[in-house]
Design a binder for this molecule. Structure first.
Ligand code: ZN
Length: 383
């Protein structure tokens, strides 16, 4: 492994540079061949101090390219970058090149300084790094154990104390109310987990199927619970029908109505759906216009749970009509609500916050939901 070779390297100096080092004037420099000047230089400046001086003065000329450094010391580019960052490999200067319109800089290494490095030193650095990685790993795993313990404490605090206090408070007032609130409470967390899995499924690159299955499972449990909750005197079920509740698709105008649309568009652009909305009655009654429709696709069932005794608790759940019509009473038997009537109604379900995930883990939610469901069935048996 030869990084520098003084006798060869001296050849890289120009005649003027050699002459200047030898204190020759211009005439003497011109008179002599370069090989002569090199020989003179070598005989006069071969001691360690002069060598160092030459490498220092012309360091950029001898600087080593990154790939060369990797080859010489048999190190990876990751190792080279790490030890460059730690200033263990001395950089002489930075060069750059253009790539895809960007200027990329790379270090050129000081050959003289690197020539003093031994393979043993490199091995020592490697060992040091391994030890550091091991220690960091230990620290990280210790920290994660601590976090787990801390989270366990937070969970225990909630389930052993706060949650029991809530239950006692509810059931002491009235056991039907207690059972209703208990089930509503866990249905709310179930619904948040369903939303969580839904949003995870949308973002997932590989586990999309798994999340979708979880989402389905949680929504199914939620719907089962809503079908039960409707039996309680503390719940109120209403129906919300938006201004255009039906889903229309495969819309085809007959030639007459198509022409009407065209003639209206001579004045301003009218989207197809807007034209349909404006002329809905005419088009619906036209024998030649065709479209398919899912009734009340955009309508909602709205289930709210509340009691005057606990105004701080109110639970509310939305269910799209096509899903709810399977297990809820017919919409015509229900109160209709208008958008303006209840502001709170449009607080739609949300995903979970990070700190909520500590207490309301998927496992705890399922466990407590099942308990709540069992308890509820004691008060509101279905058969
Ligand atoms: Zn028509």
């Amino acid at each position: 492994m030869e990084i520098i070779n003084f006798e060869n390297d001296v050849e890289l100096l120009s005649k003027d540079e050699l002459g200047a080092a030898l204190n020759l004037d211009k005439k003497e420099i011109r008179k002599n061949k370069k090989s002569v000047l090199v020989t003179m230089f070598l005989s006069k400046h071969s001691d360690e101090v002069s060598k160092r001086k030459m490498y220092k003065n012309y360091s950029s000329r001898f600087a080593l390219h990154p790939t060369k450094v990797q080859e010489l010391f048999n190190i990876t580019s990751t190792e080279r970058k790490r030890w460059t960052g730690e200033r263990k490999l001395k950089v002489d200067h930075y060069d750059s090149f253009q790539k895809w319109g960007k200027t990329i800089e790379y270090p050129m290494y000081d050959a003289f300084e690197l020539s003093k490095l031994s393979q043993e030193t490199i091995e020592l650095w490697r060992e040091e790094h391994k030890t550091k990685v091991r220690e960091n790993r230990k620290k990280a795993s210790k920290k994660s154990v601590e976090t787990m313990r801390k989270n366990q404490d937070i969970r225990r605090e909630f389930y052993d104390s706060e949650w029991k206090k809530l239950l006692r408070q509810w059931f002491k007032t009235n056991s039907e109310l207690g059972a209703t609130f208990q089930l509503s409470f866990w249905t709310m967390w179930l619904s948040r987990w369903a939303k969580e899995f839904q949003s995870k499924a949308c973002r997932a690159r590989t586990k999309g199927n798994e999340y979708n299955q979880k989402k389905e499972q949680f929504y199914q449990l939620k719907n089962d619970a809503l079908a039960l909750l409707v039996l309680s005197p503390y719940t109120k079920l209403s129906f919300y029908c938006p201004p255009s509740p039906h889903k229309i698709f495969d819309l085809q105008f007959c030639s007459n109505h198509y022409e009407l649309w065209c003639s209206l568009r001579e004045f301003e652009y009218i989207p197809k759906w807007e034209f349909f909305e404006d002329y809905k009655n005419v088009i619906s009654n036209c024998n030649d216009c065709t479209f398919s429709q899912v009734d009340h696709y955009y309508s909602l069932y709205y289930l709210s749970v509340e009691s005057g005794e606990f105004p701080e608790f109110d639970f509310s759940f939305h269910t799209p009509y096509p899903i709810g019509e399977v297990f809820f009473p017919p919409k015509d038997t229900l109160n209709s609500v208008l958008h303006e009537e209840q502001e709170g109604m449009f607080r739609f379900g949300r995903t979970l916050f990070d700190d909520e995930k500590i207490i309301f883990t998927e496992k705890e939610v399922l466990k407590h939901f099942n308990e709540a469901r069992q308890k509820y069935l004691l008060y509101f048996p279905t058969s």
